[in-house]
Design a protein around this ligand. Structure first.
Ligand SMILES: Cc1ncc(COP(=O)(O)O)c(C=O)c1O
Length: 389
């Protein structure tokens, strides 16, 4: 079956954060929202039908995840990522960010250090700092048009004894799909310095054509035992409002600590609709996802070409994964504040402010391209009109 990602679905009035809160975030209602990481596409029928079927039962009492839910995740990891996991390793969390915060609370103590690679998804800072832990950073470096990891700096930072390292694999916002050759030394250095590795792989299904995700935990048995992987159907199938994710923990001792914490804080059961939607998505979603990834690859290619042809002052980087494009506006010679103001007031575009991703995001913006091509075209033309005056 062919899916139509060109369809425009009006979202205003559906209590949708991306559209209905635009005024709160950008100070005006007349803004094209290309910020928060959710998609403007229709939820596929195989998910909606599973939810409707559950609604046929008139009782909504307490619930638990059935074995079929776990098996759907196991099969997805096997087919999509060639990762053989046991259903026992899967722990529920009501979202990845919540899961990261729980992991920080379980595996570190107040004032412990946590290592992250910057620029990075803003909640990586928040889950550390709001829990009273200290951030140390291993900044990514740009080589040509590619963001890379700095392993020498990483080792220096690991000598400061962080208890945890959290990585974004693939990386939000720089769009890298890390290769096994890049990931292995990171995971091995974590082992050498006794630092637990948390790999946030929420974007792992959203690969541009020609790229393949590597779960860190597949790299060796020793690495698997020192790695906790956060996955979810929420980016892949746009189910963020379901607050459902899976934290995959092969190491039995670490898993027991996580499960005990979740049990004590009554976070183990989750939401029946999240469970039903995840199971359906992971069971029937492969073909839809293949078509989605092709469409997103087209959106990214369109933008990069448009920018190269019409806005050479702007710069993009090799983009391998995620629907979030990281754009460098430094060539315009504006201050970050002037740039933000022009984008909101003149281009009327709601983008994610690069500074939220760390100081390396000064004069950068992140553009969400998970929308119909016509929306992307409108956004690009507004950028050109604004900056080519
Ligand atoms: C790297 C990363 N982790 C986690 C999340 C959010 O996960 P959740 O909605 O499950 O908390 C996002 C959302 O954009 C993300 O980019």
């Amino acid at each position: 079956m062919e899916y139509n990602f060109d369809e425009i679905i009006p979202r205003k009035g559906s209590n949708c954060l991306k559209y209905d809160k635009i005024g709160d975030f950008f100070g005006s209602e007349d803004i094209l929202p290309m910020w928060i990481a959710d998609m403007d596409f229709r939820t596929p029928d195989f998910v909606l039908n599973a939810l409707k079927e559950r609604l046929e039962h008139p009782v909504m009492g307490y619930f638990f995840h059935p074995e079929a839910y776990y098996q759907a995740i196991v099969a997805w990891m096997q087919k999509r990522h060639q990762w053989n996991i046991s259903s026992k390793w899967i722990c529920f969390s009501p979202g990845v960010v919540a899961g990261l915060s729980f992991l920080v609370q379980i595996f570190t103590e107040k004032n412990d250090k946590v290592l992250i690679q910057t620029p990075v998804y803003p909640p990586f800072y928040e889950v550390v700092e709001k829990n009273g832990r200290e951030i140390i950073t291993n900044p990514l470096v740009v080589n040509g048009n590619v963001y890379e990891m700095d392993l020498n700096d990483l080792e220096e930072k690991l000598k400061k004894h962080p208890k945890l390292m959290i990585i974004s694999n693939p990386h939000n916002p720089v769009g890298r799909c890390w290769t096994p050759a890049e990931l292995k030394p990171v995971a091995e250095l974590c082992l050498k310095y006794n630092c637990l590795l948390i790999s946030d792989e929420i974007h792992s299904d959203l690969m541009m054509t020609g790229y393949k995700h590597t779960p860190v935990a597949t790299l060796s048995e020793a690495i698997a035992q020192n790695t906790i992987t956060c996955m979810a159907p929420s980016k892949t199938f746009n189910l963020a409002a379901m607050f459902t994710s899976e934290i995959i923990i092969p190491n039995p001792e670490l898993r027991t600590r996580f499960k005990n914490f979740m049990n004590d804080t009554v976070h183990i059961y989750g939401n029946v609709f999240g469970s039903v939607a995840s199971q359906a998505a992971y069971t029937y979603g492969a073909d839809w996802l293949d078509q989605l990834c092709r469409y997103l690859t087209g959106n990214v290619a369109y933008c990069q070409q448009f920018i190269a042809d019409n806005l050479p002052q702007l710069r993009t980087y090799r983009h391998e994964a995620t629907y979030l494009l990281w754009v460098n506006f430094k060539g315009l010679g504006l201050t970050h504040e002037q740039l933000s103001e022009k984008l909101i007031k003149e281009a009327r575009l709601g983008l994610n402010d690069g500074k939220a991703f760390g100081t390396a995001g000064d004069n950068f913006m992140r553009i969400n391209l998970a929308c119909p091509r016509s929306t992307v075209e409108t956004a690009m033309h507004r950028l050109a009109e604004t900056f080519n005056k």
